[in-house]
Design a protein around this ligand. Structure first.
Ligand SMILES: Cc1cc2nc3c(=O)[nH]c(=O)nc-3n(C[C@H](O)[C@H](O)[C@H](O)COP(=O)(O)OP(=O)(O)OC[C@H]3O[C@@H](n4cnc5c(N)ncnc54)[C@H](O)[C@@H]3O)c2cc1C
Length: 307
């Protein structure tokens, strides 16, 4: 008979790893699925020192991701890397482990070693983080020299002598303005409907380079309000990355993240939990993601004890 996991946790960033470790140590059988080839999520791609976490002095995001991987291994929790979840569906017909009573349960379909595998789960934890918001809501088109979202693609960009427009009013727009200028951009302009960035970043940018209010972008001609640029950088923040959960029809909050109950991290679908940045229940960082993992693990413990 196919194995029934107590929880299938999707995403091995800090939130998912914490949840898997706690569930395993609480005596349950979780399975942690990760699309990439490593544990750690965004922190595994962060080469900078973590200046936010009090106990991690002198450690980079990459170091922290390595620590997570070794703690996870020590816990004995089952982990599948290179395993991208494609769908999660509710399976009301799926029997409970003791076979005496039908329980709401789930089937998680995952692409693993070249084939699609269905996994049975008593509960599901969505911990898949976020993706950058597109230029137009819902669209996923791409254009030459239009960069969507922060990260490596900006770091690797050759800015020398270029006219650059940064779209968005958050920290990322202001930090990357500085990055573009320091790396040789001839001109950089920020276009923002309103400013949300920290004052420390805003104060370092020349006011004449910031346009506040409505603006019109044409990504095909790379123009903003009629001015032409060599490069457009779209920094519109983040949205939940959980297309695989469409069939569950999870409710989202006003900011577009998966809505959850405060005390349990449970979503609008009983038995499905959402933690870390995908739900953005607290300010996103490593410790809040860890904490979220604990909340979900304890809620699952309570739920499974009742069933
Ligand atoms: C450059 C940078 C620097 C940062 N610096 C700090 C810092 O110094 N201190 C700090 O506290 N925070 C920092 N952060 C923020 C911190 O990294 C995030 O808040 C944290 O990683 C969020 O954890 P998470 O588990 O919610 O999501 P993520 O870390 O995004 O992990 C989500 C995981 O889900 C996986 N996934 C997605 N879709 C699927 C799927 N369909 N199937 C299977 N797996 C999937 C992804 O591959 C990923 O591994 C930084 C972030 C960045 C980008």
């Amino acid at each position: 008979m196919q194995k029934l996991y107590d929880a299938v946790i999707i995403g091995a960033g800090p939130a998912g790893v914490s949840c898997a470790i706690w569930l395993k140590r609480l005596g349950f059988e979780p399975l942690l699925l990760e699309a990439s080839d490593q544990v750690g999520g965004l922190s595994a791609r962060n080469p900078f020192y973590d200046l936010w976490t009090p106990t991690l002095s002198g450690r980079t995001g990459i170091d922290i991701a390595r620590d997570m991987a070794s703690q996870l291994e020590a816990s004995g929790a089952e982990v599948w890397l290179n395993s991208s979840v494609k769908t999660v569906v509710k399976n009301a017909e799926c029997p409970s482990q003791n076979q005496t009573q039908a329980r709401p349960s789930f089937v998680v379909s995952v692409q693993h070693e070249g084939r699609l595998i269905d996994i049975d789960a008593r509960t599901v934890v969505v911990a898949t983080g976020v993706k950058p918001r597109q230029l137009q809501p819902g669209a996923s088109a791409s254009w030459p020299d239009v960069i969507i979202g922060p990260g490596e693609q900006i770091m690797q960009q050759d800015f020398a002598g270029k006219y650059v427009a940064l779209l968005g009013g958050g920290d990322n727009a202001f930090e990357n303005y500085e990055f573009a200028k320091t790396n040789g951009a001839k001109q950089a302009h920020i276009y923002a409907r309103s400013i949300r960035a920290q004052k420390q970043f805003v104060s370092r940018v020349s006011a004449s380079d910031v346009h506040i209010g409505p603006y019109l972008v044409d990504p095909t001609t790379k123009t903003v309000n009629g001015s032409a640029y060599d490069l457009l950088i779209v920094l519109y923040g983040w949205e939940a990355q959980a297309n695989f959960a469409t069939h569950l029809a999870l409710e989202h909050n006003a900011k577009g993240f998966i809505a959850t109950e405060h005390d349990t991290a449970q979503t609008s679908q009983v038995g499905v939990y959402a933690i870390g940045e995908v739900a953005q229940r607290m300010h996103p960082c490593i410790v809040t993601a860890f904490a979220d993992g604990v909340v979900a693990a304890k809620a699952i413990e309570a739920r499974l004890a009742d069933s």
